[in-house]
Design a protein around this ligand. Sequence first.
Ligand code: ADP
Length: 293
Amino acid sequence: MIELRDIGKVYHASDGSHRALNGVNLSINDGDIFGIIGESGAGKSTLVRLLNLLERPTEGRIVIDGDDITDYSGRQLRELRANIGMIFQNFSLFQQRTVLQNVMFPLEVRHEPKARSIERAHELLSVVSLDDKASRYPSELSGGQQQRVAIARALANQPRYMLCDEATSALDSRTTVQVLDLLAQINADLGVTMVVITHSLAVARRICNRLAVIDEGHIVEEGSTADVFANPQSKVARELLEWGFEGIDDAAARSSAEPSAREAQPQSDFPSEKQSAASQKSQHAEEGEVAHG
Ligand code: ADP
């Protein structure tokens, strides 16, 4: 279990100090696919980067299985990071290395024998259905394939946790569904606890069992995904729900082209049940189509 206790984070930038997180308390249980959702600039990346100490908190403690890791350094820090895989929006693959060599990298760092590393990397590429691309370079792969290589590399050390920072944000919807389903399968088959940072409700709904909503550095809501979607408590969750199922372009177009649609219901912040159900239905239809198509 990962616990964040009274976490604060202040950045000191050239234009002054900026508080990115304030009073964050959160528990992520083993086996969770835990979503952290919020708008751009809310503090999501900062929060997830604290979990493997890529950032250090200014205040508060980070506790994993009862051990306070906040001040880890040296060997403890290396072991912590080996136990926590991470994938990013931009895949972060080594462009000069083949797919196989990318996946072998964490094993090389741990000085695994070369023959064992090659064997293990092939196994991992099979997990992500890419063993036939082992000798290619990242630039010779699609975005979805590159992210699957990054997932294989993140699994090389058999981590207990995987941090996914907007991991599907650069992918089209069909590929997004495939990558999310792969992450869910890894969670189910390998028992890897996932922390999924996203600004997308569709992503959160597809794979997360629990959600925390973050706004301006505060956790404003937390609960099961079903509860947050069915009965959002915070203003930001309601706003995300109102707008979040459609693409940015759709939302922008709707905002400018159909102001009356919103003005027609001035009494409520909520999308009507009918609207919400319709948008969920079309979302499921789209997901079903891409998932099975
Ligand atoms: P999100 O991932 O939700 O978009 P971030 O965690 O990246 O949000 O950023 C939260 C806030 O912290 C933003 O206002 C951002 O400008 C600021 N911030 C993030 N990283 C730094 C940094 N290295 N230095 C200064 N400010 C930062």
